[in-house]
Design a protein around this ligand. Structure first.
Ligand SMILES: Nc1ncnc2c1ncn2[C@@H]1O[C@H](COP(=O)(O)OP(=O)(O)O)[C@@H](O)[C@H]1O
Ligand SMILES: [Mg+2]
Length: 277
């Protein structure tokens, strides 16, 4: 089977304008992701998770520069995101790879009604027009379990809640039917009460659509619940890559052992405080 995504010594460097100063923020990340596979990227804050995700999306901007290779298999051949032209990237984003970020406002336009924002990818990628397009917009909103889709479609982003916004951002990311979805801490900024619902929704969409997933989080139990394999980053370096069960039961790297032990302690601790309240 051909890998959908192959990272070959992918790195991200901070490069000052005159080229005099530089620092390596991500170094030499390598893995191959098969179609339908669900990979977690875990690491503490600042470990390079988001920069890795942005590099795969071709979304890094000066002074950040990617090096190495990030090869995406697309219907029109292989694209190296690191070196691809803007035009080639525009053709890949949305339909081949799409993303949901921690902050839904990162992908949503505050000045455009939600229905109109969804209509664009639906018409562009699926060629829908008129009534069929209107129906597809409402269907997309129903699909992410938003009730009263007509009202949501007419609303601006400031008129709905944080949980609803992230559902809209997910609908937008799915609109062009991407093969690979990158979710970067998609529930971290949400109220605890709505986190589980959004996570469940993501998991269901990935399963139903047979999508390939990269799920980025600092939260090991959340990552473990949704992925087949996990990549551990620390200080921009790849520490370990293992299937999820192995990582949880027999972590090889000392750092991963610490992460697993810490999340176990939390597990043991939580029932105690819940029981006490
Ligand atoms: N635009 C930027 N300019 C300089 N340094 C950055 C920039 N964005 C991120 N960094 C640094 O790169 C490192 C990795 O960041 P990031 O990938 O966002 O971490 P996280 O694992 O929390 O997602 C951090 O030390 C961060 O401070
Ligand atoms: Mg991040």
């Amino acid at each position: 089977m051909t890998a959908l995504l192959t990272l070959d010594h992918l790195g991200v460097r901070f490069q000052s304008a005159d080229g005099a100063a530089h620092s390596d923020l991500v170094e030499s990340v390598s893995f191959a992701l098969q179609p339908g596979e669900r990979l977690g990227i875990i690491g503490e804050s600042g470990s390079g998770k988001s920069l890795t995700a942005l590099a795969i999306l071709g979304l890094l901007a000066h002074p950040l520069v990617a090096h190495g290779h990030a090869l995406l298999t697309t219907p029109s051949g292989e694209v190296d995101v690191v070196t691809a032209s803007q035009r080639r990237l525009d053709g890949v984003r949305g339909s081949v790879v799409s993303a949901v970020f921690q902050e839904p406002l990162a992908s949503l336009d505050p000045l455009m009604r939600i229905g109109k924002q969804l209509a664009w990818p639906l018409s562009h990628h699926r060629g829908l027009r008129g009534d069929a397009l209107r129906r597809a917009v409402l269907d997309a909103l129903v699909d992410v379990q938003l009730t009263n889709p007509e009202r949501i479609a007419r609303s601006y982003i400031h008129e709905i809640s944080g949980g609803q916004r992230q559902r809209v951002a997910i609908a937008l990311a799915l609109a062009a039917e991407p093969r690979l979805l990158i979710a970067d801490e998609p529930t971290t900024a949400l109220d605890v009460t709505v986190q589980a619902g959004v996570l469940e929704l993501l998991q269901r969409e990935v399963e139903e659509r047979g999508m390939t997933l990269i799920f980025v989080s600092h939260d090991l139990p959340v990552v473990a619940g949704i992925t087949d394999r996990v990549l551990v980053l620390r200080g921009g370096r790849q520490i370990e890559l293992a299937d999820t069960t192995t990582l949880l039961t027999a972590p090889a790297a000392t750092y991963t052992q610490t992460l697993v032990a810490a999340s176990r302690q939390l597990d043991a601790f939580l029932p105690t405080i819940e029981g006490a309240s």
